[in-house]
Ligand binder design. Sequence first.
Ligand code: ZN
Length: 316
Amino acid sequence: MSEPKSLQEAIVYFSNPDNCVEYLAKRRWPKGVSCPSCGSERVSYNGNRRTWKCSTHHPKREFSIKVGTIFEDSPISLDKWLAATWMLTNCKNGISSYEVGRALSVTQKSAWFMMHRIRLALQDESFGKLSGEVEVDETFIGGKARNMHLDKRERRITGTGGKDKTPVLGMLERGGKVRTIVVPSRRKGPLQKEVRNHVAAESALYTDALHSYDGLSQEYGHKVIDHAEKYVDGKVHTNGLENFWSLLKRGINGTYVSVEPFHLFRYLDEQSFRYNFRKLPNDGVRFSYAVSQIVGKRLTWEKLTGKLPSVETCPN
Ligand SMILES: [Zn+2]
């Protein structure tokens, strides 16, 4: 059976647990299986238990495909994990934990936690700077306080553009990737610091007329489009980022309804992943890319929420 290219094919394919293990192992260990504890390649597979055993004697010498991945310690089966990953990486506007919970017969709380682990795996890990022609723009994402607990309300990030809004800076390399960062404010200091961190000097920089960008022209080919006058002047515009913001807001407002500022960067990672991998021949390729990033990442409930599992209730 060939690897899946659509959701329907994925459901059928991953209903076979051997297919799940094979698909993941191929991406995790492209050069052959190695022990997550000691790195040895002298391992043997037990098809009945679907685990490998390292030939070196040490604790945890028997391991499953889940060990050392975002799936580790999860009682949820791989067919459900992979279906959730498929939906999150391929649904254009995202998908809520309520929908995933219903579709996969897991609780909404489990679905919410699963999706945050998957978002962690989707984080862009390339550290090189953007270059060439780069659009820079900022926006505010509304945080609705009504579903928040008091302690969360207190640790919220406070922006300067309305008290329930969180400022986000976006940088888009034309023909390349978008990067988004939650910033403390739209003031000159934090915005220019991020621009310098993420955009190579000498690049062409296109921004709107916000004064926080004043002074960047010494390091960059900085061109400004004044939106009070017009939106496009030849190459000088920020339309690529405007498109990204509208996709992001459609997902956040339409699908997730309320996103706490504390978790906002994870939704930004999710939308950026889909945007950066939007031009692919089919959904299976995008999914495969996401799966290949899953290795070596763990996200515990405590790290995600700052709390123990029993006392947490979750929003969308
Ligand atoms: Zn070993």
